[in-house]
Design a protein around this ligand. Structure first.
Ligand code: 13P
Length: 250
């Protein structure tokens, strides 16, 4: 049985003072059957470790550079995340692919580098509105999944998390329908099966992301191939975020 996972991606939000308030509030979540993760900006990961240690809430990062150390001005290594207690890291978010030119190959190197530090990658995949209109959703998602997992083995794939985030639903206020999300989640699981076999495809957790809130989370969790959600805007409101988590616990 796959454990439900609710992860919050704060994106570039939260000054130190704002993060302090949000982390303090999220720390009050009560443990349940689902896992709860927040991914603040790098500048607040230390604060997350401080406020969330000893609670049921875990923390992670939104990005990483795939090298152990060195002359990479402005970048953060997997080891730096590890020593701050990060057990999770988002990779290949569509905003990074679109705004910062991240390629499938670069994303795959990040996945490998994180696995080497025992940090679980949350690999984001998803099609644009135009790709969906052109009937290319399955092809795009397959390419991103296969490339992202390209440097992992079956046992690692089984432990990973893949977030299906249709680009057109991110920050749109209009989520995909549960049926649309399930169709692609099932395809992602099939792609993992074809490449790595049954144990990996049954173990890998697939999240839906894109305009998820307390009002629609239950519909996604009711789908057989959706194991949780990656939450943007709603993760910045503690009460709403905890309410989403409590639905996953129910
Ligand atoms: P929203 O929940 O704000 O649509 O963002 C989704 C997302 O991109 C999470 O990574």
């Amino acid at each position: 049985m796959r454990r439900p996972l609710i992860a919050g991606n704060w994106k570039m939000n939260g000054t130190a003072a704002e993060a302090e308030a949000l982390l303090t509030a999220v720390a009050s979540a009560e443990a349940g059957r689902a896992e709860l993760v927040v991914c603040p900006p790098f500048t607040s990961i230390g604060q997350a470790a401080h406020h969330l240690s000893g609670t049921c809430v875990q923390w992670g990062a939104q990005n990483v550079y795939p090298a152990p150390s060195g002359a990479y001005t402005g970048e953060i290594s997997p080891r730096m995340l590890k020593v701050l207690g990060c057990r999770w890291c988002i990779c290949g978010h569509s905003e990074r692919r679109q705004l910062f030119g991240e390629t499938d190959d670069f994303v795959s190197r990040k996945v490998r580098a994180l696995l080497d530090e025992d940090i679980t990658p949350i690999l984001c995949v998803g099609e644009t509105a135009e790709e969906r209109r052109d009937g290319r959703t399955a092809e795009v998602v397959q390419r991103e999944v296969e490339a992202g997992l390209g440097a992992a083995d079956a046992a690692e794939a089984a432990q990973m998390v893949i977030a299906y985030e249709p680009v057109w639903a991110i920050g749109a206020g209009q989520a995909a329908t549960a049926a649309e999300a399930e169709e692609v989640a099932a395809w992602i699981r099939e792609c993992v099966f074809r490449r790595f076999g049954a144990a990996a495809s049954e173990g890998v957790r697939i999240l839906y992301g894109g305009s998820v809130g307390s009002g629609n989370i239950a519909s996604f969790l009711a789908e057989p191939d959706i194991d949780g959600a990656l939450i943007g805007g709603a993760s910045l409101r503690a009460e709403e975020f905890i309410s989403i988590y409590n639905t996953a616990n129910a």
